[in-house]
Design a protein around this ligand. Structure first.
Ligand SMILES: [Zn+2]
Length: 346
C-alpha cells in the first residue's frame, strides 16, 4: 500500500466487496470482482475466491498495472495470464489475480466493481439488449461491449468501446462494470445503475418437493429454493433448454441445461445422456442437483432462475455459440477456477 489513504480505501473496498458477494442478485460463487488502483499497483480479487469472503479472508492480489496494459495493447497472449504480473513480494500466498484483471486495469478510474447482476444479465442476453439498456440509462455515461471471452478478447473489446468519461460498461451475455474515483462513489453508482436496470421477475408456483424427493436418486434438492423457478415457468424453461447464456453458467454447470422428458426419472436422464449432469430440470416440479455438485454449481443454478425470470419472454436471445462454449471449458485459466470450485463442494 502506497499511502494511508490507499489502505483505508482498500479496507472500505473489502467491506463493500463482502456485501456485494452476499447478494445473490449481484454475484454468484466465485464470479464478480472488485479492484483499487494505488499508484502503479492494481489490487484485485484473486481468481477462484468468493467476494463474500473479502472481510474474513485475504482475497486481494497486487498486480503491476503498466506492463499488463502494455501486453493488452500489443495483443500479447501474456495478458491472458495475469498471474505473470502479480507483485510476488506483496503476494505471500501466491494467489492468482482474477481472469478479468484486464477489465479493471483498462478502466482509468481508481475503483472498479464488476458484478454478474441478474437484472443486467437479463437485458444483456436479449438481442435488443443495447436498445433496452439505452432506454433505461439516459443521463449515464455508459458503453455496450458485445460478448467476448473474458481475458484478452474481452479486454480488446472494451478498449474499442471506451471513450473519455465512460464509467459504466454493459457486457453482452455477461454483466456490469461500474467505476469511480472512490469506493463510496462506485457503490453509489452501482446502486443507481442497478435500480435503473431493475426488472420484475415473473412469479412461479411453488416447487413440488415431494415429487422431487421421490425422484432424487443420487441427486439432492438445490441449496436455494429460488433455484426451482426455472423449471416451474415454461418460458424460463424454454430459455434454459436452448443453450448457455453467460460464461459462468458454462464453467460451473456445463453447456446449457438438461431437462427431463415426461415420465423420465434421474436414472432415465443419465441413461439417455450417458452421463450424470450437475443439475436436472423437471418441468412443473423443480430442480435436482447431483449429490456431489459444488457450492458454485448451486449458486449458478439459482442465478439461471433469477436471470430467466427477468428476461422478456417475447425477446429473441443471444446464446453462446458452440465455439464460445468450448473455448470456456478448454481455457486453462478457467480450468484453474473449476479446480478451486471442485474443492468446495456443497
Ligand atoms: Zn464477469
Amino acid at each position: 500500500m502506497a499511502t494511508q489513504a490507499d489502505a483505508q480505501e482498500l479496507a472500505s473496498l473489502r467491506a463493500l466487496s463482502a456485501s456485494i458477494g452476499l447478494n445473490p442478485h449481484m454475484t454468484q460463487a466465485a464470479g464478480g470482482n472488485t479492484s483499487l488502483k494505488a499508484g502503479d499497483t492494481l489490487w484485485i480479487k484473486a481468481s477462484g475466491t468468493w467476494l463474500k469472503d473479502a472481510l474474513s479472508d485475504d482475497i486481494m492480489v497486487p498486480v503491476a498495472m503498466a506492463p499488463l496494459l502494455e501486453a493488452v495493447e500489443r495483443r500479447d497472449p501474456a495478458a491472458d495470464k495475469p498471474q505473470a504480473f502479480a507483485i510476488e513480494d506483496l503476494n505471500p500466498r501466491g494467489l492468482r489475480p482474477s481472469i478479468e484483471t484486464t477489465v479493471h486495469a483498462l478502466m482509468p478510474q481508481r475503483v472498479v466493481l464488476h458484478v454478474h447482476c441478474v437484472d443486467t444479465i437479463s437485458l444483456a442476453v436479449q438481442a435488443d439488449g443495447e436498445t433496452e439498456v439505452a432506454r433505461r440509462l439516459s443521463g449515464i455515461e455508459w458503453a455496450w461491449v458485445p460478448y467476448f471471452r473474458p481475458g484478452l478478447p474481452l479486454a480488446r473489446g472494451i478498449a474499442e468501446k471506451l471513450r473519455p468519461g465512460v464509467d459504466v460498461l454493459i457486457l453482452g451475455n455477461h454483466g456490469l462494470v461500474v467505476a469511480a474515483e472512490t469506493v463510496a462513489g462506485a457503490e453509489a453508482l452501482l446502486h443507481r445503475v442497478r435500480s435503473l436496470l431493475a426488472r420484475q421477475p415473473r412469479a412461479t408456483a411453488a416447487p413440488d418437493i415431494a415429487a422431487l424427493t421421490a425422484l432424487a436418486d443420487g441427486y439432492r434438492l438445490p441449496a436455494d429454493v429460488e433455484a426451482h423457478a426455472v423449471a416451474l415457468d415454461p418460458e424460463s424453461l424454454g430459455m434454459a433448454e436452448a443453450g448457455s447464456l453467460y460464461p459462468d453458467h458454462v464453467i460451473f454447470l456445463g453447456q446449457g441445461s438438461v431437462v427431463a422428458r415426461s415420465g423420465e426419472d434421474v436414472a432415465g436422464v443419465t441413461a439417455r445422456l450417458g452421463a450424470a449432469p450437475p443439475a436436472i430440470l423437471f418441468p412443473g416440479a423443480g430442480v435436482l442437483m447431483r449429490g456431489d455438485a459444488s457450492a458454485g454449481a448451486d449458486a449458478m443454478q439459482r442465478c439461471l432462475a433469477d436471470v430467466t425470470a427477468r428476461v422478456d419472454s417475447k425477446a429473441r436471445l443471444n446464446y453462446l455459440t458452440a465455439a464460445e462454449n468450448d473455448e470456456l471449458v478448454n481455457w486453462d485459466a478457467e480450468q484453474y477456477r473449476q479446480m478451486l470450485n471442485a474443492a468446495n463442494t456443497a
